[in-house]
Design a protein around this ligand. Sequence first.
Ligand code: C2O
Ligand code: CU
Ligand code: CU
Length: 491
Amino acid sequence: TSLAGCGKNEPGTAADQPLTSAAKLPEPFTARLPIPPVKRPSRSTSDTDHYELTAREANAEILPGLRTPIMGYDGIFPGPTIKARRGRRTVLHYRNQLGVPTVVHLHGGHTPAESDGFPTDLVLPAAGGSGYASQAVGGTTSAGTRDYTYPVDQQAATLWYHDHRMGFTGPQVWRGLAGFFLITDDEEAALHLPSGDRDIPLMITDRAFDADGAFTYPAMDPHLISMPGIDAAHMRGATGDVILVNGAPWPELPVAAVRYRFRILNASNARRYDLTLDPPAPLIQIGSDQGLLAAPISHTAITVAPAERFDVIVDFAAYPVGTKVVLRDGSGQVMRFAVTHKATDNSTIPARLAAVEPLPKSAATTRDWMFRQGKVQSMGHEADGWVINGREFDPQRIDATPKLGEVEIWRLASDTQHPVHIHLSPFQIISRNGGPPAPTDQGWKDTVDLSPHELVEVAIRFDDYAGRYLLHCHNLEHEDMAMMATFQVTR
Ligand code: C2O
Ligand code: CU
Ligand code: CU
């Protein structure tokens, strides 16, 4: 059978409980942390690297002895890591071999609009996808393949790529359509940060599994959200009782007693993680969503909302050889590091990392964006959903028209918790509820977590590319239930 977005309804899931797996789950820390393979270009020219990437169905062994059907880029979850160097263009020759339309978005990419993955710019299934063409409202269709061009004219950073199909991003990412896209540059290379096998991407996701190993999902169909029993879990967003890091349940990584760089990405649909090390050691943050900070900041705990990235250094020299260090999520656990031996360490954590140009804290144009629950139209009837400024997403409506090259102040406000993401342009957080930003708000961001009843001001500049882009909640169920808006950068 095709995965075809056919989510299973799980009646009776309590609103604040994650989905519970029926499958037998492994003991934590028995799996070894997988590292997603780095993708090789199919062709490179003097200024461009070309990649062939195919989305297809596959089976993965995530739980021991069980097969999990996935949707995977190149048939794996996480997808392959793409490494790019600032100044060299990346062209993704993408092919959709799934049975459903897909859209590829490079999250955090400073990307021309036609390659940004607007949710109705559909890549139809390579085989017999024409029946879906009518879903491309206000967008374009391509039959089976599409080329995405990323200029990679931006600071070294941990980006990621994932599906962005309108109304179905939640179920399609849940089934596996996500991978890392890492940008390096000369400024970063000169710092002698931990590198090679001491520079490790960590994609954290939560999932739940049927008895036969298949992923469960609360509901795929936004039209069903008014039905009793399934609305609560779906309204809150899909969460599961199994934590995967790079696709493995509560894995372990053997480490030397030296400094490591971890690029933490929360690629979960809806869950936040409150990360600490146990026994305690500092998480030394060197980068945020959009690249290196001006200077390192030491945290004892970091909260990572969906789509946020934290680039941190952990110095395992603080622990005696033989120590098992658990990366905790509150009182739960995510993964474990086993300090196995001593080794030499030539890495440094320089006191100055990158030049971060401060944006002005006031500007001629201020815009208000209110993220809250509201009614949405769904196949001719009214249903519960999530709206911005009282309106559900309409791919044919433009909600704001910032001017190319100008700085604006955006005031983002919330009813409940919403991780808000803005495409195209990195931003700086100016204030939270009139007070200073949080210690974890430093640097260039593309996603900011709004707490209930919070007002966050950000400064953002619309550089380089005119065209149509999105802002939305990155709780993927909120996004699918219409919490998305469009801005058009105009000349
Ligand atoms: Cu990570 Cu619009 O998305
Ligand atoms: Cu994005
Ligand atoms: Cu939300």
